[in-house]
Design a protein around this ligand. Structure first.
Ligand SMILES: [Zn+2]
Length: 245
């Protein structure tokens, strides 16, 4: 809202101005490479900052100025140290990039990045990023629930039980509203955890890549997420509109 001179940022509210690679902010001015920053200015490489100014590499700070790695400095010290740190980060190639993925508290395959750019476990681990493997079944001491095939055989008790995903071994529950829905639609209780169902749905989508191919009707060159070797007929916008209107 009321954004001015902001680039490569997301989830920003209340007049962000002069911001670069920022995420989840309220009223930030002249900030970069930081996340969860509120009513603050001149914040670099920091996380969870409230009502502060001139911070570098800080976390969970309120009403402070001239701090580096959460340590208080004088204005003169701060202005001398920060350019030195930036110079060092330029040498290592870290400067100008958002926090690296290996610092993320979330594993790659738990993140939205995985939905759009799916990688294998080996690819992810080669990059030094975290991969989440559910091992909840091994830790779970409770009974294994056998789900009936037909929704009519399911009792209300199912909402009290802990179910295990057949594919990922993640534990999950059915809530009463959900059970009511399945009953009204006459469909069985899912045997896969919600996350797994989301992953399976994403795999039905085309990959996020545009291919050059020919319109199946007029042979003009078009771009499509359907690869040229797929059997579907893909037509250009002109042919499509001519056909349906
Ligand atoms: Zn065409």
């Amino acid at each position: 809202m009321q954004v001015k001179d902001v680039y490569d940022s997301s989830n920003m509210y209340l007049k962000p101005e002069l911001n670069y690679q920022m995420m989840s902010t309220i009223e930030t001015y002249h900030c970069a490479f930081s996340t969860h920053v509120y009513h603050s200015q001149a914040i670099l490489y920091s996380d969870h900052i409230h009502h502060s100014k001139n911070l570098f590499g800080c976390s969970n700070i309120k009403n402070k100025e001239f701090c580096i790695l959460n340590k208080q400095y004088t204005e003169a010290e701060f202005n001398e140290l920060v350019p030195q740190i930036i110079k060092h980060m330029q040498k290592t190639g870290e400067w100008g990039q958002f926090f690296p993925a290996h610092l993320s508290p979330h594993a790659y395959n738990e993140s939205v990045a995985y939905d759009y750019f799916p990688l294998t476990k080996a690819d992810v681990e080669n990059k030094g990023w975290a991969w989440y493997e559910a091992n909840e079944k091994a830790a779970y001491q409770g009974p294994t629930i056998e789900l009936p095939d037909h929704i009519n055989s399911v009792t209300d008790q199912v909402t009290e039980q802990i179910l295990t995903c057949e594919k990922s071994n993640k534990l999950f529950k059915i809530i009463p509203q959900e059970l009511k829905f399945y009953r009204s639609m006459g469909i069985p209780i899912p045997r896969l955890a919600p996350d797994q169902r989301a992953i399976d749905r994403m795999q039905l989508r085309n990959e996020r890549k545009l291919y050059d191919r020919k319109c199946s009707n007029c042979q003009s060159t078009i771009q499509s997420t359907y690869a040229p070797d797929r059997e579907e007929k893909v037509v250009c916008e002109h042919c499509y509109l001519k056909n349906i209107y």
